[in-house]
Ligand binder design. Structure first.
Ligand SMILES: Nc1ncnc2c1ncn2[C@@H]1O[C@H](COP(=O)(O)OP(=O)(O)OP(=O)(O)O)[C@@H](O)[C@H]1O
Length: 931
C-alpha cells in the first residue's frame, strides 16, 4: 500500500536478492521508514495447495469438505444429517429438526451435497450476518440522483409450453428506486405492452427507439441532479498524494507511457513514463448515461412464503410475514425428545453455539437472574437468535434451492449477472433472468417480477438449478452483437448458444449471481460496467471507458487513479500496473497474487474488484474507491495523534473481521498497518494491498468440548427453536419453561430458570463446539512485512504462519491507542532487534484500559505458539474482554467514529470545465503520467 510520509515499505526483491534486502523507494525516501519487507520466495513459487479454483465458493466448499473433527463426542453435521434421516420424512418439522439429509433431497439443484453448503453458510455467516448484508449493501450503493437504473433489457422468447411460443417479448429490468416516477412507470408499462403483442424483430427496434427517446428525456434532469450531487471533495491529505511524490522522486524513473490502440505501452517523454490512451468515447461530450427506468411496485408475496408452503402448509399458516419465521404447531404433532433434538441442532450449527450462546452467556452475566431467577429479555432475544439461526441453517441445508430462492427474494432476483462470474470464469454473461409469476407487477424487483408475456399462464418460480419445467422458465440472454443492431440491450438466445455454454452459464448464474455476491446485486457500479459491456462487447472494457480524475496513490507495483466510468457517475479506483515494468523487476507474481486475492474477496471490509483487464501491456484492476484516506493519516489528525479507545476498538474490530475472513480463505495478509487500512465514504474501513499476502491451505476444524454441562446447555438452548427474533409483536413467541417446555399466555418473552448459577451458564456456553478456520499449518520462510510490524518469528527466520497476522494486529492496536508502535527504534535494525529482544511496555499516557492492554499483551507474545489467536484464530480474539458488548454481526451498520470530509469526485463543473486528470491529447491518443 502506498503510504504517506514516513510510511515506507521495504522490499526484498528477487532480482535484488544478491544484494540482500533492497529498499523500495518509499523506504529510502525517508530517514526512518516503516517498510514492508518482501522476500519473494513465496511469491516466486506458489505456496497455494488448495488454490484458487475459479471461485470463492469452490474454495469455501473445499474448506468445509476438509473439516476434521478433533475431539470425540462431536457429531459432524453431515453425520447428524445422515443419522437423522428418519426425521427427514417429517415435512412439517421445519426447524432445527430438519437435517442436512433432507437438504440433499431431490429438490436440491446442486450437484454438490448439501452438507458442505450448510457448513459453508455457517462460515459465511460467522463473519457476515445475513441480515446485515442487505443493509450494508444498500449503504454501500452510491446514492445517485438517478435513483434506480436499468438492470438489463432482454428479448425473451418464451418456450416450453408458453402459449405464445415464438413471440419475442422485450423485458426491461428495473430497480425500485424510481418508484416515485409514475410517468416513467406508465410509459414503460406501455412500452412493454407494445412489445409483448409484437411478433417480429421490429418489436425490439421500436422498443429501443422509444426507450432511447425516453432516456434522452430523462437524462436531462439526471445530469442536472448529478452535478449538484457531486460536490464532495476528496480529503486534501490523501495519502496517495504525498506518497506519490515520494515514490516518483526516488524510484528509478517510473513514468510510464501508456499506449492504447496498437501503440507500444511505455514511452518515455522527458524522462517520464507516460500513458497514451486512445479514447473511443469523447471526453466531456454528451454522456451516454445509463438508462434509468421507473421502478414499480413491489409485490407483497415473496418466494420464501411459497417455499415454506411447499414444505409445510401448516407452518405456512403460522408464518410470520415479517421475519418469515415459520412457527410450528407443536401441540399438533409429536416431537422427538427435546434434548436429542437440540443436540442434533447444535451439532449442525456450530455457529449458533459459537456466536449466539457466547453472547447469551454474557447477557446472563449482566442480567438479574440471580435474584429473580429469570433470564432477561435480552437473553431471550439471544435465544431467539439461536432459534432463528437454527431454523435458517436447517432451511438452508434442507433445501439448497430454497436457500437460493431466499437469496433472490432478499437481494432481488431477475438481475444482471454479477461481475465476479466474469472475473472467475472469463466468460462474459450479459444477463440472466428468471421468469416467474406472470401476475406480478413489472419491476417488483426483489420478487418474482418479470412479466414475460401477458397472455401466457402464470409461472411459478420453484428452483434455480437451470431446469426448465412447467413451473420454471429460465431465460438465457446473449449479447446484442449476435443479433445485429436491432436492440440496444440484450436479446434472448436461449436456443442460439451451445449446450455447453448454457450449462456454464447456468453454473455461473446459480453460483455467482445469487451465491457469491447477492448483496452486491443492486450496486449501480456493477450494472454500469455491465452496461458498457453490453454496448461495446463482452471483453471491451478498457481504460478508454474511464475518465481518470485524480491520482490517488502510487505503490510499489502500480498507480491508483480515481476514475469515472464514462457516461455514468460511477467512480472507481483503478490500479494500473505496467506489465513490462513488473516483469523487469520480477514483480509480476506479486501483481498476480493481488489480483487473485481480490477476485476472491466478498466482504464489507475488503475491496470489491469490479473488473480487471489487460490492455497494451497494462494490467488494470477496477476496484471500489475509498475517499477517506487511510488510518495512518486519520490518526495523525487526532489530538495527540492517537485514537480514543472506542474509535480504536471500532477500527480494530472491523480489521479483525477482515482478517478472519482472509484466513478462512487461506490468505495470510502479512502487511497489516494503518497505511493499508483505507476509510470508506461511510467511515467504515477497507483493508487493501494484498501483493505481499501468502496463500495457503486451510483446514477448518470443529472443536468440541466433552464437558458434562454440554447436555444442559443444549437443553437450555432448545427453547430457542420455537420462537423467532422477529420484532413484530404479532409474531408468536412461546414462553418456555426449563422444566416443562410449556407455554403460558402473557409471558412470551421470558424464560424461567430455576437456580441456575452464572458460572454454570458460562461454563456451558464455553463448552460448546467451535468452528475454527485458521490456517494453522501454513508455513513460510519469507522475510515479509513492515519493520515495526514484523513478527519475531519472521525476523528470526524460523518460518511463520497465520500467527504473524495476530502479532501485527497487536502492534496495530497499540499504535492506534498510543500513536506509536511498541518496538520502534532509531533505525530499522534497532527496531528489528527490539522486536525480538525487548519486552513490551506501555506508556503512562494516554490512559488505556486494562482490557486493551491485556489484549495487546496476549497478541504480542513473542512465541507464536503461545500467542492469542494462533490456535483458534479470530474467534479467540473476538472473545476478549476488550470487545465485550460489541455486536460483531452488526458492526458494519454501526456509526463509525468519524466520517471523511466531503470530497470532490472531479466531475465537470457547471461551466463545463473539466476536473479530469491532466491528459495531453496527441492525435487519437491520450497521454497521462503513470508513475
Ligand atoms: N481503493 C482505493 N481507494 C482509494 N485509494 C486507494 C485505493 N487503493 C489504493 N489507493 C491508494 O493508492 C496507493 C497505492 O495503492 P497500493 O498500495 O495498492 O499500491 P501498491 O503498488 O500495491 O503499493 P505497495 O507498494 O504498498 O504494495 C495507496 O497508498 C492508497 O492511497
Amino acid at each position: 500500500m502506498g503510504s504517506f510520509a514516513g510510511k515506507c515499505e521495504i522490499v526484498e526483491e528477487k532480482e535484488d536478492r544478491q544484494n540482500s534486502i533492497v529498499y523500495s523507494a518509499r523506504s529510502t525516501a525517508i530517514p526512518y521508514s516503516r517498510s514492508s519487507i518482501v522476500d519473494d520466495k513465496d511469491l516466486e513459487r506458489p505456496v497455494l495447495k488448495l488454490g484458487y479454483r475459479g471461485s470463492l465458493e469452490d474454495d469455501i466448499n473445499q474448506l468445509f469438505e476438509s473439516i476434521s473433527i478433533r475431539t470425540s463426542g462431536m457429531i459432524p453435521s453431515y453425520q447428524v444429517g445422515a443419522s437423522s434421516s428418519s426425521r427427514n420424512n417429517a415435512p412439517l418439522q421445519r426447524s432445527a429438526l430438519k437435517s442436512p439429509a433432507n437438504a440433499a433431497g431431490p429438490r436440491s439443484p446442486s450437484k454438490r451435497n448439501a452438507e458442505p453448503a450448510n457448513l459453508k453458510q455457517a462460515l459465511r455467516d460467522l463473519c457476515v450476518s445475513k441480515a446485515t448484508e442487505t443493509a450494508a449493501a444498500s449503504k454501500r450503493t452510491p446514492k445517485t440522483s438517478t435513483g434506480g437504473s436499468v438492470y438489463g433489457s432482454v428479448l425473451v422468447e418464451p418456450g416450453n409450453g408458453a402459449s405464445k411460443e415464438g413471440k419475442p417479448v422485450l423485458v426491461e429490468l428495473l430497480d425500485e428506486a424510481q418508484r416515485g416516477s409514475s410517468d416513467s412507470i406508465s410509459q414503460q408499462l406501455r412500452l412493454l405492452k407494445i412489445h409483448s403483442s409484437s411478433q417480429n424483430s421490429q418489436t425490439s427496434k421500436r422498443y429501443c427507439d422509444e426507450m432511447t427517446t425516453l432516456n434522452k428525456h430523462k437524462n436531462l434532469s439526471f445530469d442536472d441532479q448529478e452535478l449538484s450531487n457531486e460536490k464532495r471533495s476528496f480529503g486534501s491529505s490523501s495519502p496517495g498524494a504525498g506518497n506519490n511524490k515520494t515514490v516518483v522522486g526516488l524510484k528509478s524513473v517510473r513514468k510510464v507511457r501508456l499506449l492504447y490502440a496498437n501503440t507500444p505501452s511505455s514511452t518515455i517523454v522527458n524522462g517520464k513514463r507516460v500513458a497514451k490512451l486512445t479514447r473511443t468515447i469523447p471526453r466531456g461530450g454528451a454522456k451516454p448515461t445509463l438508462r434509468n427506468k421507473g421502478s414499480l411496485k413491489k409485490k407483497a408475496t415473496n418466494v420464501y412464503d411459497e417455499v415454506d408452503g411447499f414444505y409445510d402448509p401448516v407452518a405456512k399458516e403460522l408464518l410470520c410475514h415479517r421475519c418469515h419465521y415459520a412457527l410450528k404447531n407443536t401441540a399438533a404433532k409429536e416431537e422427538p425428545s427435546k434434548d436429542s433434538l437440540v443436540e442434533a441442532d447444535l451439532e449442525v450449527n456450530p455457529r449458533v453455539k459459537e456466536g449466539c450462546l457466547d453472547e447469551l452467556a454474557s447477557d446472563f452475566s449482566s442480567s438479574s437472574y440471580e435474584s429473580s431467577h429469570e433470564i432477561s429479555a435480552s437473553a431471550v432475544t439471544k435465544l431467539d437468535k439461536i432459534r432463528s439461526s437454527l431454523d435458517l441453517m436447517n432451511s438452508e441445508t434442507s433445501a439448497f434451492g430454497k436457500k437460493d430462492i431466499e437469496d433472490v427474494s432478499e437481494y432481488g432476483n431477475n438481475e444482471i449477472m454479477e461481475e465476479d462470474s466474469l472475473l472467475d470464469k472469463e466468460v462474459d454473461q450479459k444477463d440472466s433472468v428468471f421468469m416467474s409469476e406472470q401476475s406480478v407487477e413489472i419491476g417488483s424487483f426483489s420478487e418474482k417480477s418479470v412479466v414475460m408475456n401477458p397472455d401466457s399462464p402464470p409461472k411459478k418460480l420453484m428452483s434455480f438449478e437451470g431446469e426448465v419445467s412447467d413451473t420454471t422458465v429460465q431465460i438465457r440472454v446473449s449479447e446484442i452483437e449476435n443479433k445485429g443492431e436491432e436492440c440496444i440491450g440484450y436479446n434472448s438466445s436461449s436456443t442460439s448458444i451451445s449446450e455447453e455454454e448454457q450449462e456454464q452459464r447456468n453454473n455461473i448464474m446459480t453460483r455467482s449471481s445469487f451465491g457469491n455476491r447477492p448483496h452486491m446485486s443492486k450496486d449501480v457500479r456493477w450494472e454500469a460496467i455491465q452496461h458498457i459491456r453490453a454496448q461495446h462487447g463482452l471483453n471491451s472494457l478498457g481504460l478508454r471507458h474511464f475518465n481518470l480524475l485524480k491520482k490517488l496513490g502510487c505503490g510499489d507495483i502500480g498507480t491508483v487513479y480515481l476514475a469515472e466510468l464514462t457516461g455514468t457517475n460511477c467512480l472507481f479506483a483503478i490500479k494500473v500496473m505496467d506489465n513490462e515494468f513488473l516483469e523487469r523487476r520480477n514483480k509480476m507474481s506479486r501483481a498476480q497474487t493481488e489480483k487473485d486475492i481480490l477476485k476472491m474477496l466478498d466482504h464489507p471490509f475488503l475491496p470489491t474488484l469490479y473488473s480487471h483487464f489487460t490492455s497494451d501491456n497494462l494490467s488494470c484492476l477496477v476496484m471500489e474507491c475509498c475517499p477517506g484516506g487511510d488510518l495512518h493519516v486519520l490518526r495523525q489528525k487526532q489530538p495527540g495523534r492517537w485514537f480514543p479507545e472506542p474509535a480504536a476498538r471500532f477500527y480494530v474490530a472491523e480489521v479483525l473481521l477482515a482478517l478472519e475472513y482472509l484466513h478462512m480463505l487461506g490468505v495470510i495478509y502479512r502487511d497489516l498497518k494503518p497505511e493499508n487500512i483505507l476509510v470508506r465514504d461511510d467511515g467504515h474501513i477497507m483493508v487493501t494491498d494484498f501483493d505481499l499476502s501468502l496463500r495457503c491451505t486451510v483446514s477448518p476444524t470443529l472443536l468440541n468440548s466433552s464437558s458434562p454441562l454440554h447436555t444442559d446447555a443444549m437443553r437450555l438452548s432448545s427453547g430457542s427453536r420455537n420462537g423467532s427474533n422477529c420484532i413484530e409483536p404479532s409474531c408468536f413467541r412461546p414462553k418456555l419453561s426449563r422444566g416443562s417446555g410449556t407455554k403460558k399466555k402473557g409471558k412470551q418473552h421470558r424464560i424461567t430458570m430455576k437456580k441456575l448459577k452464572k458460572s454454570d451458564l458460562i461454563a456451558r456456553f464455553k463448552s460448546l463446539p467451535q468452528l475454527v478456520a485458521e490456517p494453522t499449518d501454513a508455513r513460510s520462510n519469507s522475510f515479509v512485512g513492515t519493520h515495526e510490524y514484523l513478527a519475531p518469528e519472521i525476523i528470526k527466520g524460523e518460518g511463520h504462519g497465520a500467527a504473524v497476522d495476530w502479532w501485527t494486529f497487536g502492534i496495530f492496536l497499540y499504535e492506534l491507542l498510543y500513536g506509536k508502535t511498541p518496538f520502534k527504534g532509531a533505525t530499522n535494525e534497532e527496531t528489528i532487534a527490539n522486536v525480538v529482544l525487548q519486552s513490551l511496555k506501555f506508556p503512562d499516557n494516554p490512559n488505556v484500559s486494562f482490557q486493551a492492554k491485556d489484549l495487546i499483551r496476549g497478541l504480542l507474545v513473542k512465541e507464536p505458539e503461545n500467542r492469542l489467536g494462533t490456535e483458534k484464530g479470530a474467534a479467540e480474539i473476538k472473545r476478549h474482554a476488550f470487545f465485550e458488548g460489541l455486536n460483531w454481526a452488526l458492526i458494519r451498520c454501526a456509526i463509525p467514529p468519524e466520517l471523511p470530509d466531503f470530497y470532490d469526485y472531479g466531475v465537470p463543473n457547471h461551466e463545463g470545465k473539466s476536473n479530469y486528470l491532466d491528459c495531453k491529447a496527441v492525435g487519437e491518443h491520450l497521454e497521462f503520467e503513470l508513475f
